[in-house]
Ligand binder design. Structure first.
Ligand code: 13P
Length: 333
């Protein structure tokens, strides 16, 4: 077995990043296939994953891919199990292990993430049968004025992230901890900055309190941007300044890497913001490597070109590679 810190560092290796392709079956249907008029169902979810994972050359840009459980059991169109295909390319397969959201009894407009029951058994199976090297658990942080998020919801989600991270490390994998601060809403960038500071500050503290090995954790975070419903597009320099300042204030240098979700920003916006953050991090000699772990910003253009038609797959793969190239170039900015 590899040292967990080695796996974590390999995932944030310079110039490369991670593809999130771990939409649940329902999200894959409703959010990826349906908007493009593609017929819903297991076979088209398989073709959608094949479109991305079997694209030649993705290993130039990707160190890891986060998968959803269904994909572990599926094969590429050429008949190779997807996890094997990734391993052949030198890409580490990862697995989303949370089981979605449930209402938070203490605050009815907030959610907590479930999936701790039976987790150790599932983790053992993923490692043994599918050779996964890392995992993801996503908590959701919703902003609404100064009312949400509540400190209780932030804390409960952090506690579950810590319990999850401990189990994952015990099973010999690297936990990615993701408290996604949603872009939806009318909040200002300043408010997003405040909320991210509280979220990450609490999470890091709770991880340490639970004695999670901080040298073997990847943090997946949102960028600090104005709420989508403000209609305001912040400049990449503003996003970089605020995002980096939160990370510097909250994330210990021991953490081997930080990755960003795209969160509903357009592919160009997410790419430009990543470039600015990466540049500023170098200027300020940030202690951790920073890279991407996008879903939507990497997939959107490729799915639009594909539109569910086999004959469009080569062009869709070109669009996917073109975006991967731009995002990787953003890291060299
Ligand atoms: P987006 O990049 O589409 O936000 O997705 C990343 C992710 O993994 C969300 O959990």
């Amino acid at each position: 077995m590899h040292d967990l810190n080695d796996i974590a560092r390999s995932l944030v290796a310079s110039g490369k990043g991670i593809l999130a392709a771990d939409e649940s079956n329902e999200s894959a249907n409703e959010k990826r296939l349906k908007p493009f008029g593609i017929e819903l169902g297991e076979e088209n979810r398989r073709v959608f994953r094949d479109l991305l994972l079997a694209t030649p050359g993705i290993e130039e840009y990707l160190t890891g891919v986060i998968l959803y459980e269904e994909t572990l059991h599926q094969k590429s169109t050429e008949g190779i199990p997807f996890t094997e295909l990734l391993i052949q390319k030198g890409i580490v397969p990862g697995i989303k292990v949370d089981q979605g959201l449930e209402p938070f009894p203490e605050s009815k407009d907030e959610t907590i993430t479930k999936g701790l029951i039976g987790l150790p058994e599932r983790l053992t199976d993923y490692v043994k049968t599918y050779h996964t090297g890392f995992t993801k658990w996503r908590a959701v942080v919703k902003i609404e004025g100064t009312r949400l998020p509540t400190a209780q919801a932030i804390h409960e989600n952090a506690k579950r992230l810590a319990q999850y991270a401990l189990e994952v490390q015990k099973a010999g994998m690297v936990p990615m901890v993701e408290p996604e601060m949603l872009l939806d809403g009318t909040h200002s960038r300043m408010r997003a900055k405040e909320v991210l500071t509280e979220t990450l500050g609490t999470l890091m503290q709770v991880l340490e309190d639970h004695a999670v090995d901080m040298t073997a954790v990847i943090l997946k975070t949102s960028m600090v941007v104005s709420g989508k419903d403000t209609g305001k597009i912040d400049s990449p320099e503003e996003v970089a300044e605020d995002t980096l300042s939160v990370l510097m204030d909250t994330v210990p240098a021991l953490v081997p890497g930080i990755v960003f979700l795209s969160g509903g920003q357009s592919p160009d916006q997410a790419t430009a913001n990543l470039a600015a953050i990466s540049k500023l991090a170098k200027e300020r000699t940030a202690p951790w490597p920073l890279t991407f772990s996008f879903a939507r910003a990497l997939q959107e253009e490729a799915i639009a070109v594909w539109a569910g038609k086999d004959e469009n797959i080569p062009a869709a793969r070109e669009a996917f590679i073109a975006r991967l190239k731009k995002v990787s170039e953003a890291l060299a900015a």
